[in-house]
Design a protein around this ligand. Structure first.
Ligand code: SF4
Length: 729
């Protein structure tokens, strides 16, 4: 078959954080087939999304011309409600806009943003008070993320710039930065091949990171013991040595009980703690853990004390033990405390800094690690340098040609805070690239109303998403196989994506769009980015962006665009031109001021909205194998949409029976924020008393139901737990 393809282009899968290398087979300007390539993360393996899900690039609903809202079309979130066929009416969404030329659309986009900025300047507003904000994308390249945050910071003098990490692993990163001085993973996924014991908690990689799950299964076949901790009995339970199906929202009770066993049974690695942990932290943690014996926590978390003791002993005494976690841990109002407890497990037992050990929060999107590295976060500049650090601000100002003092010293607003501010009239204008908060944010009716209230909203995307449908100007962008760029996967592996296809119609490269907007907003940007996504040759515009970004990032000190073109993939940190990269970090210490880690006690707090008489069940939201996040891409993939064409809520058969329902019959799910009607599916993996609803479907948008209760540290929302009523219809 490969002989029939006109071209085969090596790139990276655009979906999850595993970062599988792919070969894109192209013929007649169309993507005909995708094969797994021998990349460091996948060694040729692919899941169903990577192999069959990339035909979304050719979908007839691709945006092919800039759009401007018609003056007689007020922004109306009710257009996003399900129509007669169950989905929002696409004709009604499109009818709000008229086609425009690029000049006209870019001028209109920039003029609206500049108008709000200039009015704010006239009032002397600065920093987070500037009523402009931006959401960049973890689905774009590193270069796009870097340009996006640079544009917001340089043109508007604000750090009101964030992206989906806020709703993904913000709590994990907050706890990791606090505990060990780095938010990235310590060991790559494939290092589980060297683990004797693997803890997998709050993650369902068989659905969400399938190739990562395949490496874990291989490790189990080789003899590693798998401890699966999750309220749902997910697919990898078949491979588990112990399955801890704890009660939803009781992660801290479970983990502190394990820590209690370790500190009371002499299982602490005293030498490691003495050498690597801040003096006094162990004693403080030991005192905190007194109240968390397995016997006391068993009724709270639902796991018997003997099993808790057995698992704690096995983890502490394993020659090498590795922890993976996902959004089941992070997406809680106590997400930072959940991650603090996991970090303490590794530190107390010395299970970090060696092969087969460590801490691995499985990143969701393909480039959420890279977008965070690039500074697409309101608290930090590129490479996690805090905005409060005057040296970091001075370095960015110098590199970006800004006058000293141009960057404010206070962090900007986060995702949910930005939409709250828009709702309250404190944010007037937004630029959104490749994110879909009108589907992905908690309590999404509130988020949609906030977006509709904006004086000016500019959206850069490849489809008329639910968010783009509320925009003033929509700028048609490139899909991943149409452009040059680098992405950084969950392992810190920087990989190169090469263009295989031409953008459709007048769609243009996202980085080019950002450069054009920057110039219209008064910035002297002249990278020379190719509007059509361009080839990645040395000296190209996108290469210049990469080199400028790497110059601000100590983690990329030894990596240039020319070197990346040569090697294709390398794991940061890369200290110098001959450094091959560091897949395993913290081998000699932690990147903190004194090289030591901190043990931070995790507090046990109840979920923000426990079930009650009116809303007697727990709603858990998440993803599924066939669809990706808000479904913008995968629901426009023929194979994936055929496999899972409609939403469903998964309920335990016993709950279905108590409700008097057969699987397939519809129910209304109702919370204090909204309701959706959706078909049921019987699933013994879901705990009796809970409902699992994927968030990819506009016709039953899970986030109409979720709660915007925030973790006080990381400002992540508790989309994994709220109270719900289930009513037969
Ligand atoms: Fe793509 Fe993730 Fe599947 Fe790999 S595991 S093919 S990166 S979706």
């Amino acid at each position: 078959y490969a002989r029939r393809a006109e071209r085969v282009v090596r790139s990276v899968c655009p979906f999850c954080g595993v970062g599988c290398a792919v070969d894109l087979h192209v013929r007649g300007g169309r993507l005909e087939r995708v094969d797994g390539a021998p990349g460091p993360a996948n060694d040729g393996r692919l899941c169903v999304k990577g192999r069959f899900g990339m035909d979304y690039v050719h979908h007839p609903q691709r945006l092919t011309t800039p759009l401007i809202r018609r003056p007689d079309a007020p922004k109306d979130p009710s257009l996003l409600a399900p129509g007669p066929d169950g989905r929002p009416d696409p004709a009604a969404l499109w009818a709000q806009f008229r086609p425009a030329t690029w000049e006209e659309a870019l001028d209109a986009a920039a003029a609206g943003l500049a108008r709000v900025r200039d009015a704010a300047r006239a009032q002397g507003l600065r920093g987070r008070a500037v009523p402009v904000a931006g959401f960049g994308s973890a689905k774009g390249s590193n270069e796009e993320a870097y340009l996006f945050q640079k544009l917001l910071r340089s043109a508007f003098g604000t750090h009101n710039v964030d992206h989906c990490t806020r709703l993904c692993h913000a709590s994990s990163v907050a706890a990791l930065m606090e505990g060990i001085g780095s938010g990235a993973v310590s060991n790559p996924v494939r290092d589980c091949a060297h683990a004797d014991l693997i803890v997998l908690i709050g993650a369902n990689p068989a659905q969400n990171h399938p190739v990562a799950a395949s490496w874990i299964k291989n490790a189990v076949r080789r003899g590693a013991r798998l401890v699966l901790a999750d309220p749902r009995r997910t697919e990898l339970a078949r491979h588990a040595w112990r399955t801890l199906a704890f009660k939803p929202g009781t992660d801290v009770a479970l983990l502190n009980a394990l820590l209690h066993v370790i500190v009371t049974e002499g299982l602490v690695d005293e030498a490691f703690v003495a050498q690597r942990v801040h003096p006094g932290d162990l004693e403080a943690l030991r005192a905190h853990l007194q109240a968390f014996s397995p016997e006391a926590m068993a009724p709270v978390c639902g796991i018997d004390a003997a099993t808790l003791r057995e698992v704690a002993r096995a983890y502490a005494t394993a020659p090498a033990a590795m922890i993976f976690w996902g959004m089941g841990v992070s997406q809680h109002a106590h997400g930072t405390d959940n991650a603090r407890a996991l970090i303490a497990l590794a530190l107390l037992t010395g299970q970090i800094g060696r092969p087969g050990t460590g801490l691995h929060p499985l990143r969701g999107q393909n480039n959420v690690q890279g977008a965070s590295d690039a500074g697409l976060i309101p608290m930090v500049l590129p490479d996690y340098r805090r905005v409060a650090d005057p040296l970091a601000r001075a370095a960015a100002e110098a590199a970006w040609g800004l006058p000293p003092g141009a960057l404010p010293d206070e962090p900007g607003l986060t995702v949910v805070e930005i939409l709250d501010a828009a709702h309250e009239g404190r944010i007037h204008a937004m630029l959104i690239q490749g994110e879909n908060p009108a589907m992905s944010d908690p309590d999404v009716a509130h988020a949609r109303a906030a977006l509709a209230r904006l004086e000016h909203l500019v959206v850069i995307d490849i489809f008329l998403t639910e968010t783009a449908a509320l925009a003033d100007v929509v700028l048609p962008a490139t899909a991943w196989p149409e452009k040059t760029g680098s992405v950084t996967n969950t392992d810190r592996l920087v990989q190169l994506g090469r263009p295989a296809l031409a953008p459709p119609g007048q769609a243009r490269a996202d980085a080019w769009i950002l450069e054009q907007l920057a110039r219209r907003l008064g910035l002297d940007w002249h990278y020379g980015i190719d509007p059509l996504g361009g080839a990645p040759e040395p000296g190209s515009g996108i290469g210049r962006v990469f080199d400028e970004m790497a110059g601000l990032m100590p983690a990329l000190a030894g990596l240039t665009w020319a070197r990346l073109l040569r090697v294709g993939a390398i794991t940061h940190p890369v200290a110098g031109p001959d450094d091959p990269g560091r897949p395993i970090v913290f081998t000699e210490g932690f990147p903190t001021a004194d090289g030591r880690a901190r043990l931070v006690p995790a507090r046990l707090t109840a979920p923000a909205e426990p079930p009650d008489a009116d809303y007697p069940y727990v709603l858990i939201t998440g993803r599924q194998l066939e669809h990706w996040h808000t479904g913008a891409m995968t629901r426009r993939s023929a194979v994936l949409d055929a496999l899972e064409p409609a939403p469903h809520v998964s309920l335990h058969p016993a709950l279905l029976a108590r409700l008097g329902l057969r699987a397939g019959q519809p129910v209304r799910l109702r919370t204090r924020r909204g309701s959706v009607t959706v078909a049921t599916r019987a699933d013994e993996a879901v705990p009796d008393g809970a409902a699992f609803l994927p968030f990819a479907y506009a016709e039953a948008a899970a986030n109409l139901l979720t709660i915007a209760a925030l973790d006080p540290v990381a400002k992540i929302a508790e989309v994994k737990h709220c109270a719900v009523a289930i009513e037969p219809v």
